[in-house]
Design a protein around this ligand. Structure first.
Ligand SMILES: *Cc1c(COP(=O)(O)O)cnc(C)c1O
Length: 353
């Protein structure tokens, strides 16, 4: 049976039920209104839509964040394949690497992290604190590579060495963003739709930080398959300086996710990315990010992060102030986590206070 939107009667959870899954989350994560932030924006003379926040910084796994949801399906797949060692890669302060280390620990698997020193930022604590410290505490085997390393060659050698040792490696892609990982965000979209319904609100927009695109692909597909009004999904690009093929890559990934769920793929016009808030590059702080992190902390008591959610919130606030949303709309900001990164960027904040 299909309704007017062409949705069949199966829910996202029902579609996910047959797929391999390893529980890592203590969910559903909180969903609450941000009246303090809205008032602060209005006190500056702008009308603001109603603002809610989906607290995926509170997934409960070693500091939380959006990778937890993806890892439930990726670790599930690794266990189904009898793998014993998780291998993944990221930047030196990768939230993804930290959550992967925690997920592997919880699943009783070895974890090998390849961290590339690629970010053009050189704060005094960047190489030691934040996520990098937590990777060690979580027991991951960390290998740091210089910015100019041949990533594919390093990866191949690690896999070959592990295999020669008799290990059975499972590769988790950067950001956990293949179709399997993205399933976690289809599930998140359903969760948001249920929480919004319980709070008696209709959501017009989901806004979040986008980099490896799994969050956005999953949300797009999941929103389309969830009950009620389908929100528009807006990703604030915090990653790619050259974003030319980003929309196309997102659509391709969303098609793969839709196919795993046997659901409707999104259309090209459903893909919304905003490239105006990246600044000089991935992981490079912007003044608007620092302002947004401080404003949300001081009006909501919520800590964002310097690399992702801080820039996404800066984009959200700038768009509201520019009148790019209407005041009768409702926005859900998806807090994707990353708070440990604040400690790696300590100077950005302390220099201004
Ligand atoms: C990885 C990450 C994102 C981006 O999610 P993608 O699915 O890679 O686009 C956003 N916020 C935080 C804190 C992250 O760690």
């Amino acid at each position: 049976m299909a309704d007017a939107k062409g949705k069949s009667a199966l829910t996202v959870s029902e579609r996910l039920a047959p797929l391999a899954h390893f529980p890592l989350m203590y969910g559903p994560t909180p969903f609450h209104e941000m009246t303090g932030l809205r008032q602060a924006i209005e006190s500056l003379g702008h009308s603001s839509p109603r603002l809610f926040i989906k607290r995926d910084d509170c997934t409960g796994l070693a500091g939380g964040g959006n990778k937890t949801r993806k890892l439930e399906y990726l670790i599930g797949d690794a266990l189904a394949q009898d793998c014993d060692t998780i291998v993944t890669a990221g930047a030196l302060q990768s939230n993804h690497a930290r959550q992967t280390a925690a997920a592997a620990a919880k699943a009783g698997l070895r974890c090998r992290l390849l961290l590339f020193d690629t970010v053009a930022y050189d704060g005094p604590l960047y190489r030691q604190s934040g996520n990098r410290l937590l990777d060690d505490i979580l027991g991951a085997e960390v290998q740091v590579e210089p910015a100019d390393a041949d990533g594919a060659a390093v990866f191949d050698k690690v896999i070959a060495d592990l295999t020669a040792e008799g290990a059975k490696p499972y590769i988790v892609p950067i950001g956990g963003s293949n179709a399997i990982g993205s399933l976690g965000y289809a599930r998140a979209a359903e969760e948001i739709s249920q929480q919004a319904r319980a709070a008696d609100v209709e959501v017009d927009w989901l806004v979040h930080a986008s980099s490896s695109l799994g969050t956005q692909a999953g949300l797009l597909v999941g929103a389309g398959l969830s009950q009620g009004k389908t929100p528009k999904v807006l990703g604030i690009n915090v990653y790619r300086s050259n974003a030319e093929t980003m929309a196309e890559d997102l659509l391709t990934l969303a098609h793969q996710v839709a196919s795993l769920l046997d659901g409707q793929p999104p259309r090209a016009e459903d893909v919304r990315l905003d490239n105006r808030f990246l600044g000089a590059g991935y992981g490079v702080p912007t003044d608007a990010m620092v302002d947004a992190v401080e404003l949300v902390a001081r009006t909501e008591g919520v800590l964002l992060d310097p690399v992702y959610s801080g820039k996404a919130a800066a984009g959200l606030i700038a768009r509201i102030c520019a009148g790019e949303f209407s005041a009768d709309e409702t926005i859900v900001f998806v807090h994707t986590g990353g708070m440990p990164g604040l400690f790696a960027y300590q100077d950005e904040f302390s220099r201004r206070t």
